[in-house]
Ligand binder design. Structure first.
Ligand code: DX5
Ligand code: ZN
Length: 235
C-alpha cells in the first residue's frame, strides 16, 4: 500500500489566518492540505446505475467555499500539496480555475458526472492529478474498473459531504477494504470524522490518505495526531 499522506482539512481552520494555518499544519508534519469547494446542490445528487438527477435542498447553506481565489491566495505561503475536494454539481466547470490557482489533486464526485473518464482526462490535461469521490450511499461499483484504473486517487467519504465535525461512518470501511484488495497501489483517501478513535479501523481497512479537519485543527497537539495517523497507516 502507498505511504501515508496526512491532509488536514482547511474547512476547520481559523479563516482569518489562512496562510498562518497552512504553515502551522506543514510545521506539524502535514503532507497535503485538503481544500475545496462546497456548493448547493451536490448534497442531493445521486447515482443508481447511471446518474438520474439532482434534488436541490434549498435550505442547505454551504458553510464555506475554499475555491480558486482562496487557493490562489494561500499558494505562495506553503509548499504543501493542494488536495482539492470539489463538492460541486458541475465539476468540469472548475478544472482550469483550480489548476491555475495551484491545485494539484482535483477530486470530483462520481455522483456529479455522466462522463468520469472524460473528466479525468480533462484534469490530467490541466496538469493535475485526478481523484474520484464517492458519498457514503454510493456503491464502489461506480468506480471499479476503468475509473479506478485511470484515477490517481479514490476518496471514500466517511460522512455526508459538506460540513466538518460529523460522526465517522464505520459502515463505509468495507468499501475501503474492497478497493484496497483490488488496487494495492492506489491512493485511497478517507474524509470525515477521522480522529484518534477512528484511525485504526481506517488504516486497517487500507486507507492511506487521511483527511481530518476537527481531529487535527482542534487538537491540543496536532503534530502528535499527525504522527499517530502516519504510524498507523505505515505500520
Ligand atoms: C466535508 C469535508 C471534510 C471535512 C472533514 O464535506 O469534505 O473535509 O472538513 O471534517 P472533519 O474531519 O471535522 O469531519
Ligand atoms: Zn473533503
Amino acid at each position: 500500500m502507498p505511504l501515508a499522506k496526512i491532509s488536514p482539512s482547511m474547512l476547520s481552520c481559523d479563516f482569518a489566518n489562512l496562510a498562518a494555518e497552512a504553515k502551522r499544519m506543514t510545521k506539524n508534519g502535514a503532507d497535503w492540505l485538503h481544500l475545496g469547494k462546497v456548493e448547493k446542490g451536490v448534497e442531493e445528487c445521486f447515482w443508481t446505475d447511471r446518474l438520474i438527477g439532482f434534488f436541490v435542498h434549498w435550505h442547505f447553506v454551504p458553510n464555506l467555499t475554499l475555491g480558486a481565489p482562496i487557493i490562489q491566495a494561500i499558494r505562495p505561503h506553503t509548499e504543501a500539496y493542494f488536495d482539492c475536494h470539489m463538492m460541486v454539481s458541475n465539476p468540469n466547470q472548475w478544472v482550469d480555475d483550480i489548476a491555475k490557482a495551484g491545485g494539484q489533486m482535483y477530486t470530483f464526485h462520481i455522483e456529479a458526472t455522466k462522463d468520469p473518464l472524460g473528466l479525468i482526462k480533462q484534469i490530467h490535461l490541466a496538469g493535475m492529478q485526478a481523484g474520484v469521490a464517492i458519498k457514503p450511499g454510493t456503491s464502489t461499483d461506480s468506480v471499479i474498473g476503468e475509473v479506478a484504473e485511470q484515477a490517481d486517487m479514490i476518496l471514500i467519504m466517511t460522512v455526508e459531504p459538506g460540513f466538518g465535525g460529523q460522526r465517522f461512518m464505520e459502515q463505509c470501511m468495507p468499501k475501503v477494504k474492497q478497493l484496497r484488495t483490488l488496487y494495492p497501489h492506489l491512493d485511497i483517501e478517507v474524509d470525515g470524522g477521522l480522529a484518534m478513535e477512528t484511525i485504526d479501523v481506517s488504516a486497517q481497512a487500507g486507507a492511506n490518505v487521511i483527511v481530518a479537519g476537527t481531529g487535527i485543527f482542534k487538537a491540543n497537539d496536532p503534530a502528535k495526531v499527525i504522527q499517530v495517523f502516519r504510524d498507523k497507516v505505515n505500520r
